[in-house]
Design a protein around this ligand. Structure first.
Ligand SMILES: Nc1ncnc2c1ncn2[C@@H]1O[C@H](COP(=O)(O)OP(=O)(O)OP(=O)(O)O)[C@@H](O)[C@H]1O
Length: 524
């Protein structure tokens, strides 16, 4: 294809394939590495695409003149235009293409120890910082940009998700594979990630996406503190103020998602990342209002692989991580946004006492306990914890979803709005609520751009039926903790649990700190 060719234009912006109507969009060829370069007006969006790359099946419904496709790949692509029609609404910027292209850069593979580098353009992988069932996550820098701002790149190997059960990330073990996901699942994750992280400081910010022959690359903001999971392991448990500080930010993120009609479905300490702050106090756990404590500052929700648009408020596909899964999912009842509230309850409980509310080696016993809401505030762990905190947990770990707190009720919970560090020692004659420094609702109102979310609502409505078709597709399979829609009505399958270190401990083997040490990967 020669420079300036207009035939059968395919425009790749942010790694997604579009056939836009924009007449003056051009693409060019870089001779040595056959890169088609398309400019996008996205901030920092890399706008290159290799001919080696398989194009995404994502497309929008724009007429392409018939008979113009002159090779097999283009024909394949034409027939591959499909689904996810709402994408044009979600990614409106990609249509505003212009001619100003940066140079595309493939970082020299010879200098990289990572095979993933070979098909990645514009970014240099620095070191591995995490992994999931089908992915490895790297710290990287944009070598094409003026400033080399570090980012995180989640690399998903296509083979590992398209049916071949191939070990990839450290979290993957033979036999752990339950169900491969498809490209649509990945694109769903990207679309939702991008939507929910816009104007939301409490979600990891989506930056861009690339697809190559072998990999998907999801570029996002780098969050440098690590996982809340590791912090719980490190600190045993959090003070009430610190737990409140963390869970409030999670609640803000979830409020944003629920407002958009999206349920996360995988809230757990591993999916809560944080920006570090300096340690205060001798033991490192002194809390500073508006700053944080225990080294934890801003908290950001991540991993939207199981998130789902349910603008009509209910969904039926069982999914999630078993220990944090709501009972109505096991019972195959219709469930709703309230499953996230159960997840928030599990995380809050875990942060306060250092162990999860439902903790059984035997999976059927675990499921029974969850179904019955059978958890305790056991001594001595809960002895020093306030009634207000227990009350909040109880309203979240309520088996009947109709009685369970919704996100608005949780954000108005008295305990959530009252910081202990503000209480004077002579508290008895003062109502605690007088010492709340601000309601989280107040903070929320200033945090999000409601117009953005309102515009999205109509797009989300249109996508509802498409999402319904995909209801049985889930791609997550970290360790053995994920459950999926059974093909033959088996409630759960392939689910052996790791040995736990004790009845009241988090599973250390799932800690990424542990995994990193084990695999001697250096971080940061
Ligand atoms: N933006 C980021 N900044 C820093 N670390 C990150 C970032 N994204 C992911 N990580 C690290 O990589 C880990 C795995 O990422 P993620 O959860 O997105 O992958 P996954 O394949 O969905 O994992 P899982 O199978 O466990 O759900 C995270 O738990 C975190 O430790």
């Amino acid at each position: 294809m020669s420079k300036g060719t207009t035939k059968n234009q395919s425009f790749i912006a942010d790694g997604l394939c579009f056939r836009p109507q924009t007449p003056d969009a051009t693409y060019s060829e870089a001779d040595n590495n056959k890169i088609y370069r398309i400019a996008s007006n996205l901030d920092n969006a890399h706008s290159t695409y290799s001919t080696d790359c398989r194009r995404s099946s994502l497309s929008v419904n724009i007429d392409t003149p018939s008979g113009e496709s002159d090779n097999e790949e283009d024909n394949f692509l034409d027939s591959d235009i499909q689904e996810v029609g709402y994408f044009s609404d979600v990614f409106p910027n990609e249509f505003e293409l212009n001619d100003e292209s940066d140079s595309s850069t493939y970082y020299s593979v010879m200098e990289s120890e990572f095979p993933e580098q070979s098909e990645l353009c514009n970014y240099k992988l620095l070191n591995q910082i995490g992994d999931g069932a089908f992915s490895r996550v790297f710290k990287a820098v944009n070598v094409a940009g003026i400033e080399q701002i570090p980012v995180a790149i989640k690399v998903i190997k296509k083979k590992s998700i398209f049916g071949e059960y191939e070990k990839y990330g450290n979290g993957a073990e033979d036999g752990d594979r339950i169900k491969p996901c498809n490209r649509e699942s990945i694109l769903n994750e990207i679309a939702i990630h991008r939507m929910v992280s816009e104007n939301n400081p409490y979600s990891v910010k989506f930056i861009s996406f690339q697809e190559s022959t072998t990999y998907f690359y999801l570029v996002s903001e780098l969050v440098t503190g690590g996982e809340i999971f590791d912090k719980i392991i490190q600190m045993s448990s959090f003070s009430e103020d610190l737990a409140r500080h963390v869970i409030t930010q999670v609640a803000m993120s979830i409020k944003h998602m629920h407002y958009m009609g999206i349920v996360h479905r995988d809230i757990k300490p591993e999916n809560l990342l944080f920006e570090p702050i300096p340690f205060y106090g001798v033991d490192g756990d002194e809390f500073k209002l508006g700053v944080g404590g225990g080294g934890i500052g801003l908290v950001k929700l991540t991993d939207f692989g199981l998130a789902k648009i349910i603008s009509h408020n209910t969904a039926k596909t069982p999914c999630g991580t078993i220990e944090y899964t709501a009972p109505e999912i096991f019972n195959f009842e219709e469930y709703s946004m309230k499953v996230d509230m159960w997840g928030i309850g599990c995380v809050l409980y875990t942060m306060l006492c250092g162990y999860p509310p439902f903790n059984e080696k035997d999976q059927s016993k675990l499921v029974k306990k969850i179904s019955e809401g059978d958890y305790q505030f056991s001594a001595p762990w809960w002895d020093g914890i306030s009634l207000g905190a227990k009350n909040a947990v109880s309203h979240l770990l309520e088996v009947d979803p109709r009685k369970r707190y919704d996100i608005g009720e949780f954000l108005n919970d008295p305990w959530l709005n009252t910081y202990d560090c503000l209480r004077p020692s002579t508290l008895d004659d003062q109502p605690a609520s007088e010492y709340a420094y601000a309601t989280v609702e107040d903070i929320l109102n200033g945090s999000f751009d409601k117009r953005t979310t309102e515009n999205l609502h109509s797009a989300l409505e249109q996508s509802y039926e498409l999402q319904e078709q995909d209801d049985t597709e889930s791609h997550k399979s970290a360790s053995s903790q994920y459950i999926f829609m059974p093909d033959n009505n088996e409630p759960l399958r392939n689910s052996s649990f790791d040995e736990l270190d004790g009845p009241f401990s988090l599973d250390l083997k799932r800690s990424s700190v542990y995994q990193r040490r084990k695999s001697k990967v250096s971080f940061w």
